[in-house]
Ligand binder design. Structure first.
Ligand SMILES: Nc1ncnc2c1ncn2[C@@H]1O[C@H](COP(=O)(O)OP(=O)(O)OP(=O)(O)O)[C@@H](O)[C@H]1O
Ligand SMILES: [Mg+2]
Length: 250
């Protein structure tokens, strides 16, 4: 696994389907994704577009192993070989998330009593990095994101939405994973902090990070997207409704 972190993955998704079975609704099936395919190059930011509820976050969760891959193929390409995520054993996901796939979720998952700076540096410690170096890098990122220093030693539970999101962003970017999934990372930020995130994305691109992102803000999208992947399909998404996804150049 470790040799993979230095490699440049290229992601290929083929024929991906996703259905949710709603047990509480008499077994109603929601067909969220139908035959989705995409490719993602190293150093590229592909932005998912489409209306609310179309399945953008669902796709990121499937790539991160939060949602099961029912049908289709998700393949990561490395210099030393390929990795198929749909057949990846459960135990291998931990290492994959630690070393290869980073994720900035829409909201920070707050752990009680863990200070903001510790939340941010944790992905580095998980790899066995030096604690002082990790703390330094976490503080540097929090400072860049204008999180007031008096908050660094406090648990983020009582932070504002934008403050929590900046902790979340710092935690997501600190690991410099070769594949980064971004779910509306700028949604609750002011203009100055949006610019910082755009700069972080630019720096990640420069070091070859492949990114798949969701950005509602039109301006942010235009500044970070190398390509746009419009997700379109039937409204409602009820049983048997198929939704077609097409990759296009922006
Ligand atoms: N775990 C789940 N169980 C059942 N239905 C789900 C689940 N996760 C998502 N869905 C449904 O799948 C559809 C797609 O949801 P998703 O969160 O991917 O949308 P989205 O495109 O990210 O929307 P938004 O722009 O509002 O964030 C929605 O109809 C949602 O209700
Ligand atoms: Mg979403």
């Amino acid at each position: 696994m470790h040799s993979m972190t230095n490699a440049r993955p290229r992601l290929t998704v083929n024929g991906l389907h996703k259905q949710f079975l709603l047990h509480g609704q008499g077994g109603l099936e929601i067909d969220v994704m139908h035959d989705l395919s995409l490719t993602l190059q190293a150093g590229e930011c592909l932005v998912l577009a489409g209306r609310s509820g179309i399945g953008k976050s669902t796709l990121l969760k499937m790539l991160y192993g939060d949602y099961r891959i029912d049908q289709g193929r998700i393949r990561l390409h490395f210099d030393d070989g390929d990795l198929d995520l749909e057949t990846l054993p459960t135990y291998a996901w931990h290492g994959l998330r630690r070393d290869v796939i980073g994720y900035v979720s829409q909201f920070l998952r707050v752990v009680p009593r863990v200070a903001a700076v510790d939340v941010v540096m944790e992905p580095l410690l998980a790899r066995g990095a030096d604690e002082a170096d990790s703390r330094q890098r976490a503080e540097t990122l929090l400072a860049r994101l204008n999180l007031p220093e008096r908050l660094w030693r406090l648990p983020p539970g009582t932070f504002s939405g934008g403050e929590q999101q900046r902790v979340n962003i710092a935690r997501g970017f600190i690991g410099e994973h070769p594949l980064l999934l971004l779910d509306e990372p700028t949604a609750s930020l002011d203009a100055a902090n949006r610019d910082v995130v755009i700069a972080l994305i630019g720096e990640a691109k420069a070091r070859g990070t492949a990114m798949l992102g969701i950005f509602h803000d039109e301006d942010v999208r235009e500044r970070v997207a190398d390509r746009l992947l419009p997700l379109d399909g039937n409204q409602g998404g009820l049983s048997n409704a198929s939704q077609h996804y097409r990759e296009s150049l922006s």
